[in-house]
Design a protein around this ligand. Sequence first.
Ligand SMILES: [Fe+2]
Ligand SMILES: [Fe+2]
Length: 262
Amino acid sequence: MRLLFIGDVVGKPGRRGLAAAMPALRERHLPDLVVVNGENSAGGVGVTAETAVEIFEAGADVITLGNHTYRHREVYPYLDSEQRIVRPANHPSQNPGRGHTVVDAAGMRVAVVSLSGSLYLQVERLPFPVIDEVLETLDGRADAVIVDFHAELTSEKVVMGWHLDGRVAAVLGTHTHVPTADARVLPGGTAHITDVGMTGSRDGVIGVRWEQALQSFRTQIPVRFEPAEGNVWVMGAVVEIGDDGLSRSIEQVLVPADESSG
Ligand SMILES: [Fe+2]
Ligand SMILES: [Fe+2]
């Protein structure tokens, strides 16, 4: 089973870039399952039903989220009703939405879990006991498990790989929007990367206009950020998963949206 996992789609430039790049990415990597992080898809912060539908129409099978999940209130009923979108499992359990979902891909039942780091991000519970409980719940119900670990710190993200090595197919980091160069399959068979990066403009700062980011840092006064527009790249990873639910390989994906579409 081949998984194409794509990092945080930032605003309209990210959504357009994803749609433009997907046909070539499909042709090149032949994915059986496409998982896309959509937490920045609405104006750069949060998600709406409209931006989620756009990401599904671009080719995603499952959308994962993160710390910006609840920014737009109008999305809450959609998070409850749409089975294919997941928010961090360690957010308060009564919050809208679900922490994991199970979909069929290449004859396998594949669970996709959204999980948040606990450092510099708000969570109800630590991610480690929560993912252990999720895996217990999934026992016998999924043939492979994919975890989007949405976290700030490299150390927390690397240690989650070791915590889950041999128990899940992949632990793929998101949230920083900056790709790391450490993609590998851990000894127990779990594919891991600290951060896959984002789908957005490289002419800005992690997807927003650099002038606004600079103003924010210089003045320390809140600035309303807008998505940067030019030079959109799609960043992610392709993971090959065996029938045993463990990974054979992980390959980083870093492509300009225009080039890959043409
Ligand atoms: Fe993000
Ligand atoms: Fe985030």
